[in-house]
Design a protein around this ligand. Structure first.
Ligand SMILES: *Cc1c(COP(=O)(O)O)cnc(C)c1O
Length: 414
């Protein structure tokens, strides 16, 4: 089928999620295909920011820990994330960054497994850099000499053995957008007595996840991508309930204590998910993240997934239809069943092309060495945007606009 702008506008007019776009403050004329990296600003976040700063902090001061219920934010926000990832309300808590949380859960999983003589951490090459760095740091710094094994994802299921303590994988790959089969890999790991930690940074709010259905052990995820929590928003941790009274994590601060205000000398973890907490939560940041989560409270995740698939498939079809001669290669799976909510293309001039797109009001991003990445946040990206983005891409290629001097010099953040 040859797609037309009119068809895409018709899809927008019958899109059951269309009204969510009005809840976001997007600059006029901008096509934002980077919600997978930094989600858009919910309009309600501005009012909430003012309230938390002027009222809760300014007027309430220290009293707000109780009167504004700051103290329960980490759990309350966790309860709101739980339905998006197929977890029970009491299995998720919000804290720290994804990197720090990954350190905590992998160390915790490892501690459980080292008691059984298992020391191997397994991951894949090309996993998100911070995930790899955290695992490298962990394997150097933790007692018991953990060993980090890197294997291609396709080999991992068959290489999990009685040595393996924990497998650490990102559910939707940040570069390709390819998804792992969470259920199958978790089952395979469990058959060998290993645990699995899933990084849901590119899944949460983009792809329905069923942690309980997959009998997943541990997971972490990001608050500032599809969840729209704002730059550097706090992240989350999931620990399956059966581990709640056994799991021990090394950054055991007072917010994970059973009686933080008893001011005791010795650590005694609380018997629930809060034992994954470390120090004082980021109240202002949590308050803004909660606005994003409250939007998701009204979203049907099945509808979201259907729209996401249609957005990404349409983008792929339009690029094929219009840009075939320009030398792009699809770096994401063609099969939508194993694709997250992003599409990646490769092109040797990827960086300059992305810069030219941004200059023409279409924001995607570049990931070294040659990936052009486009994220389709279904709550605010329209089908019409997909059309306009591909039209702009085609113009940039036809007119060689990317060759401009300005687009050649790489900036600190790509
Ligand atoms: C975005 C992302 C992170 C981010 O980690 P920070 O600690 O927030 O910098 C980590 N892992 C994956 C897979 C991500 O996509």
């Amino acid at each position: 089928m040859t797609l037309s702008l009119q068809t895409l506008r018709e899809w927008d007019s019958t899109d059951p999620l269309a009204s969510f776009r009005d809840e976001f403050d997007l600059p006029d004329g901008l096509i934002y295909l980077n919600g997978n990296s930094l989600g858009a600003l919910p309009k309600a976040a501005k009012e909430r920011a003012q309230q938390v700063i002027e009222q809760e902090w300014g007027q309430g001061l220290i009293r707000s820990w109780n009167t504004a219920d700051w103290v329960n934010q980490p759990r309350r926000l966790g309860q709101k994330i739980a339905p998006l990832i197929g977890a029970k309300a009491e299995e998720v808590v919000v804290a720290d960054s994804t990197s720090v949380n990954l350190f905590k859960v992998v160390a915790a999983a490892l501690a459980l497994q080292q008691k059984k003589g298992r020391h191997e951490i397994m991951t894949e090459p090309g996993n998100f850099p911070t995930d790899r760095y955290i695992l490298q740091g962990l394997s150097l710094s933790l007692a018991g000499d953990p060993v980090l094994t890197t294997l291609p994802a396709t080999e991992i299921p068959d290489r999990i053995s009685e040595q393996t303590a924990v497998v650490v994988l990102t559910h939707v790959h940040y570069k390709s957008g390819q998804t792992h089969d969470m259920k199958a890999i978790t089952r395979k790991a469990h058959e060998q007595g290993a645990l699995v930690v899933w990084d849901l940074s590119h899944s949460t709010g983009a792809v329905p996840v069923d942690l309980n259905g997959a009998e997943a052990d541990f997971a972490v995820g990001c608050g500032y991508k599809y969840l729209n929590g704002g730059p550097g928003a706090p992240a989350f941790i999931y620990v399956a309930e059966p581990f709640h009274d056994k799991v021990e994590q090394p950054l055991c601060g007072w917010f994970g204590h059973s009686a933080p205000f008893a001011m005791l000398d010795d650590y005694e973890p609380v018997g629930d998910i809060r034992r994954m907490l470390t120090g004082t939560p980021s109240v202002v940041a949590n308050s803004l993240l909660e606005v994003g989560l409250d939007i998701y409270g009204r979203v049907d995740m099945q509808q979201l997934r259907e729209k996401s698939i249609r957005l990404t498939s349409t983008f792929i079809d339009l690029v094929e239809q219009n840009c075939a001669k320009h030398g792009f290669t699809l770096a994401s799976p063609k099969d939508s069943k194993v694709r997250g909510s992003q599409v990646s293309l490769t092109h040797p001039q990827g960086y300059a092309i992305i810069q030219a797109l941004i200059d023409n009001n279409v924001i995607g991003d570049y990931r070294a060495p040659d990936i052009l990445r486009f994220g389709f946040a279904p709550l605010y990206v329209r089908f019409e945007d997909v059309w306009l983005a591909v039209e702009t891409l085609n113009k940039i290629m036809d007119q060689a606009l990317w060759q401009d001097e300005r687009f050649q010099k790489q900036q600190a953040v790509t």
